[in-house]
Ligand binder design. Structure first.
Ligand SMILES: [Zn+2]
Length: 344
């Protein structure tokens, strides 16, 4: 079916109450129900809202499912805190895709983006302006990933309030600076903000854990003054983002390609990798190299991979995250992030 929305300019819809049918809707039905990206404000006992963002990537449904579960529990009762919910790429959600062909990535177009002139970037800037006036208490942007990863929170600041919010979700947090134009970076100017990565799509335990986290954040009265203990939260810093060059081919099943990656590559996520650890093989005739770009505050120094004897091996100790064996995720986003442990 050809989508009528594919070339339509998105305009922000705002609601001051729960739209009828929202709690019964699937993510695929939201475009028809809401008419576009939507910002929904719900009142609560404490007026500074918890700001939740879901479906910036249209196929990542765990956040929306978790929000519905929480709101169903509170139906007919006053929420402990006001809640503002932004539902992002409903057009891609209808198709079950991260984004539609021709659309930008909805988590790369927030203030600070490299593409501020895009209509989607103006829409997100409008969302931030709306939220600024409401003085949010916390911001949580909810995502899934495709490889085998633990649940973890990502943040841009190591201030105690940010760390406490991250710790409510997981014992693992990742500090990042790039990519640019991410929701959590834009909202960090207004309130403690995290992105949460809730594992693979469609896993019920992921929805349940995310709903518990939202519930805990709704009940949080204030941020503790004391620092988060280092034993309670492991913090990693993203240092590099690894991409496959667009002109290179790759496989995970050993079939002929420039890069023949290990089929179990995503099992390496969040493991301490040592120099020499193998990612796979490079075709004998291929001059292709993985693109390694800065993911942190520092420019990269030296190489992360060596290609001697057709073997792709790490040249330094790192902890990978979001390694995936999903070809579409590799093409649309990246092969992985590389991180190092840091103290808090
Ligand atoms: Zn995502």
């Amino acid at each position: 079916m050809n989508g009528i929305s594919e070339n339509a300019m998105p305009t922000l819809k705002t609601f001051e109450a729960l739209p009828a049918g929202l709690l019964e809707a699937d993510a695929t039905a939201l475009e028809a129900l809401l008419g576009g990206p939507s910002l929904i404000h719900l009142p609560g006992r404490r007026p500074e809202p918890l700001f939740l963002t879901v479906l910036l990537h249209g196929n990542e449904t765990t956040g929306f499912e978790a929000v519905k579960a929480v709101l169903r529990r509170w139906q007919g009762r006053e929420l402990p805190r006001a809640l503002s919910l932004f539902i992002g790429n409903v057009a891609a959600a209808r198709a079950g895709l991260r984004r539609l062909p021709g659309q930008p990535d909805y988590n790369r177009v927030w203030p600070g983006t490299e593409t501020p002139g895009l209509p989607e970037a103006m829409l997100m800037a409008g969302v931030v302006e709306h939220m600024k006036r409401r003085r949010p208490f916390a911001s949580i942007d909810i995502h899934n990933n495709t490889g085998i990863n633990p649940h973890y929170a990502c943040l841009v600041r190591l201030e105690p309030s940010f760390l406490h919010l991250a710790r409510l979700f997981s014992r693992i947090a990742v500090k990042f600076e790039r990519p640019l134009g991410v929701q959590a970076t834009a909202l960090a100017g207004l309130c403690p903000a995290v992105t949460v990565e809730c594992g693979k799509i469609g896993i019920q335990s992921g929805v349940a854990h995310t709903a518990e986290f939202i519930e805990a954040a709704l009940h949080l009265d204030h941020y503790p003054q004391h620092a988060v203990a280092a034993r309670d939260l492991e913090v990693l810093q993203t240092v590099a983002i690894v991409k496959v060059p667009p002109e290179a081919s790759f496989s995970f099943d050993g079939s002929a390609a420039d890069f023949r990656f290990r089929g179990d590559l995503d099992h390496l996520n969040f493991r301490e990798m040592q120099p020499g650890a193998a990612f796979g093989h490079l075709a004998a005739a291929s001059a292709a190299r993985l693109l390694v770009v800065p993911g942190g505050p520092m420019p990269l120094q030296g190489d992360y991979f060596a290609y001697a004897d057709g073997e792709i091996r790490l040249t330094r100790p790192v902890v990978p995250a979001m390694l995936t064996t999903d070809p579409l995720a590799v093409r649309n986003d990246c092969l992985c992030y590389l991180m190092e442990r840091i103290g808090i």
